[in-house]
Design a protein around this ligand. Structure first.
Ligand code: FE2
Length: 261
């Protein structure tokens, strides 16, 4: 495994996705967005507000392509998720290219499955913040294997809300689990160890950079208060050999997960 990734819990790979693929994802997302009627499909998505979680629209999105809006601007898209990689031909092609399969193997996923995909808008002046969290809180396996592939579709820096990470803190425990509870969901604290006091590292990257995120790495991003967009495409992978938790919010009983082939 890459030594920087093992030490820091994240790894930025510049020039990973060719400009033509970045263009294709942005054009396809714009096309999908143009077909949305916000009055019909509006579900406010904000990680600070768990009220949305009661909405079946969200709970069923693990096997669908659904649209989520900004908490502070309900007519503006926050993201599209969470099965673009299986259901949309453009996203499927980019998500299952051999280069991504090779990277998954390189960082230690022996038998990777593509679990979840998100197109994140974070539009200028509108895109909201995402608070500190570990991805294994939302996508839990035993042992923990969830790994994020986050691809910058615009240059990302501190002004437009780039990723922030607590380098090395992936060696700490999982703090919370977001699980199904009855018809809705619940956030449960499983370890109250505070985040380490390490200063956050801004992961400032150019368009086309892929950032690998360990499932236990605490990360966040600020609101986009700049005049520039900060679009990104995020994929989450797990290892088929790990046990997928039956109470994870994302369940696909009738729609089996697939690897890269
Ligand atoms: Fe995350």
């Amino acid at each position: 495994m890459n030594a920087d990734y093992a030490r820091d819990g994240f790894l930025a790979v510049p020039d990973f996705l060719p400009a033509a693929d970045c263009d294709a994802l942005q054009a396809r997302a714009a096309e999908l967005a143009a077909g949305v009627d916000p009055r019909r499909t509006r579900t406010i998505f904000s990680t600070r507000d768990q009220g949305h979680a009661r909405d079946r629209y969200f709970l069923e999105s693990g096997g669908a392509v659904r649209f989520f809006f900004e908490a502070e601007a309900p007519d503006q898209l926050n993201k599209i998720g969470h099965a673009l990689h299986d259901l949309d031909p453009v996203f499927a092609r980019v998500s299952r290219q051999p280069k991504l399969a090779a990277l998954a193997r390189e960082i230690g996923l022996a038998d990777p499955l593509l679990l979840q995909s998100m197109y994140i808008f974070k539009n200028p002046g509108i895109g909201g913040e995402v608070g500190w969290h570990q991805d294994a809180t939302f996508l839990h396996t035993t042992p923990i294997t969830v790994t994020g592939f986050w691809i910058a579709l615009d240059d990302a820096d501190r002004e437009n809300g780039c990723l922030m990470a607590l380098a090395g803190a992936h060696r700490g425990p999982l703090r919370q689990r977001f699980r199904r509870a009855g018809e809705g969901t619940a956030m449960e604290t499983v370890d109250s160890t505070p985040w380490p006091t390490t200063p956050p590292t801004p992961i400032e990257v150019r368009r086309g950079t892929l950032v690998v995120l360990h499932g236990l790495l605490p990360h966040a991003s600020s609101a986009n208060r700049s005049a520039r967009p900060r679009h990104a495409y995020a994929l989450h992978l797990i290892d088929r050999r790990a046990a997928y938790s039956a109470d994870n919010w994302l369940q696909r009983p009738d729609f089996p997960l697939r690897g890269f082939s």
